[in-house]
Design a protein around this ligand. Structure first.
Ligand SMILES: Cc1ncc(COP(=O)(O)O)c(C=O)c1O
Length: 391
């Protein structure tokens, strides 16, 4: 028997009955709901009807999730830690570094704030945080290359920025960072689920992503990949799940698991764990290259049409510098998003832009609906002032 056929985009969309009406373009904020979530929650609750406690079932689910996630990211299960959110993942990495000899952490204003906040909090431990800024892919790359030096401990790069949908040149940045002896942390939250995300191909030392956006799970869980989990000091935040044997129950012994499990803390959010396992099982029915091609085509089509209509699109025009969403400038983004939602178009406002995000369940018809609705809004209220800048 050959490999099972990968689902096409229409068949994938059919698994999301809620998308039959309306135009859902807010996966950058929260993934769309489908049957896999109800079934996962039902399975989790049914485990509580067992005569004993549900822990054995929950543990099995956790092990299954570790195996699935390892296959999804092309890594070993021992290179993955399960954490409650991406901020905690960033903190665990920050806490393994000392900043006396190499004080610099290089980040960017395109970083999700809570990740940057974790880096800023390291100032109390002697870190010196430097931001790369700019308004186009060449500037971001040049900025990183110029900022990384022999004083750099950590280089932090979002694979895709939550602000403008730009796909950053992580591979080239990682090469320069490694040449300077620095480690690389990648936040892949705005990419994972819409393109292959393989830490080895990116060349990073750490990669973190959470499960409730394009990964189609629920809040409460993030994955932290560590190329070499024993790099640096032991993490500062810990708990029984970080031990060599979590069931040793020895309050006098603080040992750390050999693999990335050493970054773990206490009991995981079980509903999020079930949801993530079901979502990753759903991803096993698609080919990530097909997903990336489909999403890329929708982003390019939306970008071209919106630009031609006179919109200011913050997302770079070059396909290689695009992620799964387009950011459209508007100084009254909340008002515009509310107006679109009343007409069945869900987008996500952030600051002075609305973000329209595409997944494998979106279609060309969604691009049409967005462009037509936006056109109607502009005819009614006019285009926003030109020159709005996200920098
Ligand atoms: C790029 C990126 N990183 C991180 C987060 C969230 O981080 P946390 O899991 O700590 O809430 C988001 C949420 O919008 C995001 O877009």
């Amino acid at each position: 028997m050959g490999a099972p056929l990968a689902l096409a985009a229409e068949a994938f969309r059919a698994k999301f009955p809620a998308l039959a009406s309306g135009c859902y373009l807010a996966s950058c904020s929260f993934g769309a709901r489908a049957g896999h979530l109800e079934q996962a929650m039902d399975r989790m609750l049914r485990a509580m009807h067992h005569p004993g406690t549900p822990w054995a079932a929950y543990e099995e689910e956790e092990q299954a999730l570790r195996r699935r996630a390892a296959a999804f990211f092309g890594v070993r299960a021992t290179q993955l830690a399960l954490l409650p959110n991406l901020s905690a993942a960033a903190f665990q990495v920050a806490s393994t570094r000392r900043y006396a000899e190499r004080p610099k952490i290089v980040t960017t204003d395109l970083e999700f704030p809570s990740v940057a906040h974790v880096w800023l909090a390291q100032q109390a431990r002697g870190a010196d945080v430097e931001y790369v800024t700019g308004s186009d892919p060449a500037q971001w790359l040049d900025g990183y290359l110029a900022a990384i030096d022999e004083r750099t401990a950590l280089v932090s790069v979002p694979l895709v920025s939550y602000r403008n949908g730009a796909r950053l040149p992580v591979e080239a940045i990682a090469e320069r960072a490694h040449a300077a002896g620095a480690l690389v942390f990648v936040d892949a939250y705005q990419a994972a689920g819409t393109m292959p995300v393989m830490p080895a191909a990116l060349g990073c030392d750490y990669l973190a992503t959470g499960t409730y956006k394009y990964l189609l799970g629920l809040p409460g869980l993030a994955f932290l990949y560590a190329r070499d989990a024993q790099q640096g000091d032991a993490p500062q935040l810990t708990g029984w799940f970080g031990r060599v044997d979590p069931f040793a129950f020895d309050p006098y012994r603080l040992d750390f698991a050999a693999g990335a499990q050493r970054y773990e803390t206490g009991t995981p959010a079980v509903p999020a764990l079930y949801a993530a396992n079901a979502a990753l099982a759903l991803f096993e029915s698609v080919a990530m290259e097909d997903v990336a091609r489909h999403v890329g085509a929708l982003v390019q089509a939306a970008h071209a049409r919106l630009t031609a209509a006179g919109e200011t699109v913050w997302t770079p025009a070059a396909p290689a510098a695009q992620g799964p969403m387009v950011a459209i400038a508007d100084s009254h983004a909340e008002r515009l998003a509310a107006w679109l939602l009343e007409r069945g178009v869900a987008v996500s406002p952030r600051g002075a832009c609305i973000r329209a995000a595409f997944h494998f369940y979106n279609s060309r018809a969604d691009v049409d609906t967005l462009c037509e609705a936006l056109g109607q809004y502009r005819r009614q209220f006019g285009l926003p002032a030109q020159g709005l800048s996200h920098a």
